[in-house]
Every structure is written in C-alpha cells, then in structure tokens.
Design a protein around this ligand. Structure first.
Ligand SMILES: C[S@@+](CC[C@H](N)C(=O)[O-])C[C@H]1O[C@@H](n2cnc3c(N)ncnc32)[C@H](O)[C@@H]1O
Length: 353
C-alpha cells in the first residue's frame, strides 16, 4: 500500500481506464486548435477540434461525478476567429439530457497577453469551461478562494417609490429634490449607508469573531447573517509564463498553466482528500497542486515522456516555492481507484499504451 497521493498514467483522453464516477473533479487543458503538434499531430481545425473535444468531455464526465473544467481558447487565422470553445459549449448544451453547463469562468493571464494583430484588440483571457451533470454539484465551496467582504452590511436596499423619491439613500441624495432622507428634526441625514462604509480586515474579524457566522439584528427582526467571505467571481487573475507556473520543471512542457489557476478550482470544487483527474497532464501542474492541497491527483498524457516529467516534478520539491505541501498521509489510492499498484513509498508512472 502506498501513501502517495498522486499518479501518472500514459493514456488517451478519449478512452480513460477508470470506472464511472471515479473522480470528484476533472481539471485540464487540452491541445488548442491548430496550435502545437506536441510531436503527435495534436493540432486540429476548428470543427474537428469541437468533434474531438465532445468525445473528450463525454469521457471525462463519465469518470467524474463533479464538474469537468476545461481551460482553452480559440485561435484567429487569416483574420478569422475560430469559435471552437463557443462551438463546444453550444454542441454540448444542444445534446441536453446529462449534458449541462455552468457559466464559464475566464482566466486573465497576467503577463502573457496575446496579440490582437494590427487592427484588433489584444487577447487577455481564456475560457475555463464548466461541463457538468444536471443539478447541483455534489460538492462545492464557492467562497473557498473568497476574500473578506469589502463593504459593511447595508440592510435595506435603496430604491425609489411611486412619486420618484429615493428611500434608504442616507447621505447620497445630496440636497436634490429626490432625497427624502431626513432626520426627525427635518435636517438631511448625512450618515453614509452602512453598506457604503468600507470595512478594514480588523473590523470584519471583530464582527465575525473567530470565523463563525454572527447574526446581527440591526435592520430586521430575525437579523442578518454576515457573510464571512465574498464570492470571488468568475474572472481569475493569475500571473502566467516563466517563473509563475509553480515549478521550474513545468517549462519542459510546451504550454504549462500556473498552479495558482488550479488552486481556484481544486479548493472550490474538490473536497479535501477527494480525487482530481487531469487527462492532458503535461508537466503535472494539476496533480502537483492537488497533492499540495491535500487532494489526490491522477494525471494522464498520451506522451510517456510527459508522464515521466510529471513524476519527476512531484518528486522534486520546488526550492523557491512559497507554499509548502500539506502533509499527505495514508491516501489509499490503490484501493480506491483499483487500477494501480505502487512501489512502496514512491509515486509511479505507468505505461498504458
Ligand atoms: C496544453 S498541454 C498540458 C499542459 C499542462 N496543463 C501543464 O501545466 O503542464 C497538453 C498535453 O496534452 C497531451 N495530449 C495530446 N493529445 C492527447 C490525448 N489524446 N490524450 C492525452 N493527452 C494528450 C500532450 O502531450 C500535452 O502534454
């Protein structure tokens, strides 16, 4: 029995050697349309890419009970944008039945913007498409990467009434005729609305105590539950490119993405101790991040040298890493996945083809 929380396996993403619903989350980045060949003819035209990716997504969804997150972008050729990602989501949605989507997220690749050419705008973002089964996600913590709310609790929203006057607009109506916020003595109420008062982290911690929710009853009987963390939204900014991927070995893959991007999805969509799959694992960024965050990661790549690269990466601590791996012990991967046998104490790479 191994205590390793990760594994690499040579496999084709359209025929994964796993049982149905083996993973909690799939997070991956396939070869983009008409981009790199990876030495295995992996570039495809727009329509061919969509057809192929429909097979990949269906296979990933089969082995994953939670969401399947695909990082990708379209390309522009001869001043003509190829809407492969949009086409993929549209075709998936049209299938209906078990083929559902969540609104995509957008990855802002700070530091490596694309070129828009001489007459168009630069490309700063890529899609993080979310393919899923119907209904609620089996596990999610959508504020896991959230920040303390910036504004204090505001109670009633400001709004207009039938005669056009504004209510609950303390201090923001100025002296204009629409402002009816007056104190008992008839003077204007110039206090800022509580929701318009920025809070410092310390003030917020004071309100939320030791992290438990606290109800305040300022505005209504029954009170108001203070949110502890704000929803971080669907635009993810991370530095990308040289020095920002999370490990020097990442650059032995042609197109690595950063560990910070993986963090958002793994912390938010895979429970602690759960299983994450990357069917296009390359240098092993997803698997390395999963292992660091106390999840179990499995990476597959068609190229054996990439499976070996992932293994080397996981066995080589990043001397410059600011974030140290969480202690991962007694992960019963062999038993759980029922596929691999490990050399005692070591992660293993398996030739599958
Ligand atoms: C964009 S790279 C992934 C990079 C990875 N996210 C990282 O951070 O290093 C895509 C990878 O997909 C692999 N690949 C291409 N076709 C494949 C297939 N049909 N099945 C599995 N892997 C494939 C390539 O070998 C390449 O390493």
């Amino acid at each position: 029995m191994s205590n390793r929380a990760w594994q690499f396996l040579q496999a084709d993403a359209t025929a994964l050697p796993f049982a149905d619903s083996t993973f909690d989350l799939t997070l991956t980045s396939p070869p983009y349309m008409d981009a790199r060949t990876y030495g295995i003819n992996a570039q495809r035209g727009c329509a061919a890419w969509v057809e192929w990716m429909l097979k990949v997504v269906a296979e990933c969804q089969r082995v994953t009970r939670g969401p399947v997150i695909i990082i990708a972008a379209g390309v522009t050729r001869d001043r003509n944008y190829w809407p492969g990602c949009e086409g993929l989501m549209w075709e998936w949605w049209k299938r209906g039945g078990d083929c559902h989507l969540y609104r995509p997220c957008y990855w802002h690749r700070v530091g490596i913007p694309g070129s828009g050419g001489k007459d168009w705008f630069r490309a700063d973002v890529e899609y993080a498409m979310c393919f899923k089964r119907p209904g609620k996600l089996p596990w999610s913590d959508n504020t896991a990467c959230g920040h303390p709310p910036k504004w204090g609790p505001g109670g009633e929203m400001s709004h207009r009434i039938a005669n056009g006057a504004r209510v609950n607009q303390w201090g923001h109506g100025g002296d204009g005729p629409s402002c009816i916020a007056r104190l008992a003595d008839g003077s204007r109420d110039r206090r800022p609305r509580p929701s318009h008062a920025a809070m410092t982290k310390g003030e917020w911690a004071g309100k939320c105590g030791n992290g438990s929710r606290r109800t305040i009853g300022e505005h209504k009987a029954g009170g108001y539950d203070l949110p502890i963390l704000a929803n971080p939204g669907n635009l993810i900014h991370t530095k990308a490119g040289g020095g920002h991927t999370g490990h020097p070995l990442a650059h032995e893959n042609e197109a690595p993405y950063p560990e910070l991007l993986c963090e958002r999805f793994i912390l938010s969509l895979c429970p602690p101790g759960g299983r994450v799959l990357d069917p296009f694992s390359g240098s092993g960024t997803t698997v390395a991040t999963a292992a660091r965050l106390g999840r179990r990661g499995i990476g597959c790549d068609l190229r054996m040298n990439q499976c070996e690269l992932g293994t080397r990466r996981l066995l080589t601590p990043n001397a410059k890493a600011k974030k140290k791996p969480a202690a991962v012990t007694e992960m019963k991967l062999v038993e759980d996945v029922g596929l691999f046998s490990f050399a005692a104490g070591g992660g293993e790479v398996r030739r599958g083809i």
